[in-house]
Write a protein that binds this ligand. Structure first.
Ligand code: AMP
Length: 400
């Protein structure tokens, strides 16, 4: 069933609690990159333009002791938000109590308030009590009491059951998705639940063990799964292909055999690799088909594999990509990842969905990100979504 979204709500005069993802990189109080704040603007603007009082909650980093708190205050984020919105933003340096409640009571329609980092609640009087990240029921109830409606726009934490997402939602009559969350549900949820075929998944990255849940779930839904990256060589080992010194998870070889048996020709492995003498950009390297020679390790997929993958992708109607095809941080082993990213940018007839930090970095580096249908904002959350798991943050959003 479709989920309720912020545009379904009557916001005028309402205290709108909004869980946003302001978990930006921050060092000595200086924000490294404000992409996540910028990404949250459409939903925030929508709420205030429709007469809501926006009360924003987010976590920032991890807090395990009192000393972690000062460096992870939300104050610089509130200041940046104020600049981006070009209007005053009230910052409240606490997560509960009279100061917060009075500030909320003082809001006019269209005002914006940012509460202190929700994870300040994880440490109380020096003790690591995890009230926020352990979803303390009293905390969710208290935060819910501060607003009239709840909008969750933080997909990045949707796979966690925290007080600031599932906890608040459990105590609200209505929880709606913000625009970012809505887009994640539409594209990733759509690909998993109701993909247009042919549906092709491209999975890369270091380890089979990280992607096993995704492979398992997508075998039942996708028409082809293209495998690249380090995990290729655990599959090679399972097939008796030589792997030289390539990355391998020895304890996952049997599992890889089971997957290969189950998958038949649905699972497509690279036919060639770029192999190097060392894990080093400047090491002697060459392209080989099949067996990786002794004394070499495979660090990228080769040109034949790229061509074969592109041949499968060209007729796809839905494509999901997670994980690099090689060690793309080193320029000599980046071609597989970059070529696949570039090719996705040409697939104008398909829904193209990219998740995971490295694949996202690749399409951004290539400048093709705006040619793709969707770049997911949540690494862990997008993987769990692709695994077919129920995400507590999404489950807690009301149905339409
Ligand atoms: P993941 O975090 O599982 O998505 O894996 C990403 C990492 O896998 C990147 O840092 C890549 O450098 C690395 N990687 C990709 N292909 C290989 C490979 N063939 N051998 C070793 N590492 C790889």
């Amino acid at each position: 069933m479709a989920k309720l979204t912020v545009s379904d709500l009557d916001l005028k005069g309402k205290k709108v609690l909004m869980r946003v993802d302001f978990n930006v990189p921050i060092k000595d109080g200086v924000i490294g990159n404000d992409n996540r704040i910028v990404a949250a603007l459409p939903t925030i603007k929508y709420v205030i333009e429709h007469g809501g009082k926006a009360i924003l909650l987010s976590h920032l980093g991890r807090i395990k002791k009192e000393d972690d708190k000062p460096g992870l205050s939300m104050r610089p984020v509130a200041e940046r938000l104020s600049n981006l919105l070009n209007k005053p933003v009230t910052f409240v340096p606490t997560t509960e109590g009279k100061q917060l409640e009075d500030a909320i009571d003082g809001l006019n329609d269209g005002d914006v308030l940012v509460m202190e980092n929700t994870r300040y609640e994880d440490v109380k009087d020096g003790e690591y009590v995890k009230r926020e990240s352990g979803n303390d029921p009293e905390l969710g109830k208290y935060w819910a009491s501060l607003g009239d409606v709840f909008v969750n726009d933080a997909f990045g934490t949707a796979h966690r059951s925290h007080a600031s997402n599932a906890g608040i939602a459990a105590n609200m009559a209505q929880t709606a998705a913000g625009f970012l969350m809505e887009k994640e549900i539409k594209f990733i949820g759509g690909a998993v639940d109701n993909p247009e075929h042919p549906f092709v998944a491209i999975l890369g990255g270091a380890k089979v063990s990280d992607k096993i849940g995704v492979i398992d779930n997508l075998l039942a839904k996708a028409d082809k799964i293209l495998i690249g990256g380090g995990m290729t060589y655990t599959f090679y080992a399972a097939k008796g292909i030589k792997i030289g010194n390539s990355l391998v998870e020895k304890d996952k070889i049997d599992l890889a055999k089971e997957i290969l048996d189950k998958a038949g020709d649905k699972l497509v492995l690279p036919v060639d690799s770029v192999v190097a003498e060392k894990f080093d950009n400047d090491a002697p390297h060459k392209t080989v088909e099949g067996d990786v020679p002794d004394g070499y390790m495979a660090l990228d997929i080769g040109p034949k594999s790229i061509a074969e993958f592109e041949d499968v992708l060209k007729s796809a109607k839905t494509v999901v990509w997670n994980g690099p095809m090689g060690v793309f941080e080193m320029s000599n082993y980046a071609e597989g990842t970059l070529e696949i990213g570039k090719f996705l940018g040409t697939l104008t007839e398909a829904k193209t969905i990219v998740g995971g930090g490295d694949s996202t970095a690749a399409v951004q580096q290539l400048g093709v990100a705006d040619k793709l249908s969707h770049i997911s904002t949540g690494g862990g959350a997008s993987l769990e979504y692709l695994e077919g798991k129920t995400l507590p943050g999404i489950a807690a959003i009301s149905d339409k």
